[in-house]
Design a protein around this ligand. Structure first.
Ligand SMILES: CC(C)(COP(=O)(O)OP(=O)(O)OC[C@H]1O[C@@H](n2cnc3c(N)ncnc32)[C@H](O)[C@@H]1OP(=O)(O)O)[C@@H](O)C(=O)NCCC(=O)NCCS
Length: 117
């Protein structure tokens, strides 16, 4: 089951989606909704449950919210080495738009963007 959770933590733009099975949170996605833009801050699935489609469910849900909220675009940063995450984002139509040198200190980051509207 997917659910939206209120976890403001001082940031009025921050939003949180959880994937839950048998009362256990197996994955979550945090994002910011800033007027007509979304930014994915993090997506994470508990290790034993990876590669079973939970990340895909979280992303699908986020995109359905983006359409509902008339969001123009969604952006995110991902490590160059994170092939699984990059694959997941590309599957949802994200394009790699810029390379940010040493964004993670030890590693380059890729800025990805999906046009929604
Ligand atoms: C990235 C992450 C959220 C994906 O969640 P998930 O539940 O495993 O994702 P899914 O099972 O829905 O999809 C995984 C996809 O990656 C593909 N994949 C698996 N191993 C892969 C690899 N080595 N290289 C490329 N793609 C790979 C799978 O085939 C699947 O694609 P498909 O749906 O086209 O078959 C999860 O791996 C995770 O929590 N990683 C650690 C945290 C992280 O890196 N977050 C991203 C920060 S930007």
């Amino acid at each position: 089951m997917l659910r939206e959770v209120e976890k403001n933590e001082g940031n009025p733009f921050a939003k949180y989606i959880e994937y839950v099975e048998d009362d256990e949170v197996l994955g979550h996605l945090t994002y910011s909704l800033i007027y007509d833009r979304m930014e994915i801050d993090n997506i994470c699935v508990e290790e034993p449950y990876r590669n079973k489609g939970i990340g895909t469910k979280l992303m699908s849900y986020l995109i359905s919210l983006a359409i509902e909220y008339h969001v123009v675009n969604i952006t995110l940063e991902v490590r160059l080495s994170n092939e699984i995450a990059r694959h997941l984002y590309k599957k949802f139509g994200f394009r790699e738009v810029a390379l940010r040198k040493f964004y993670y200190g030890d590693e380059d980051g890729i800025l990805m963007e999906k046009q929604v509207m």
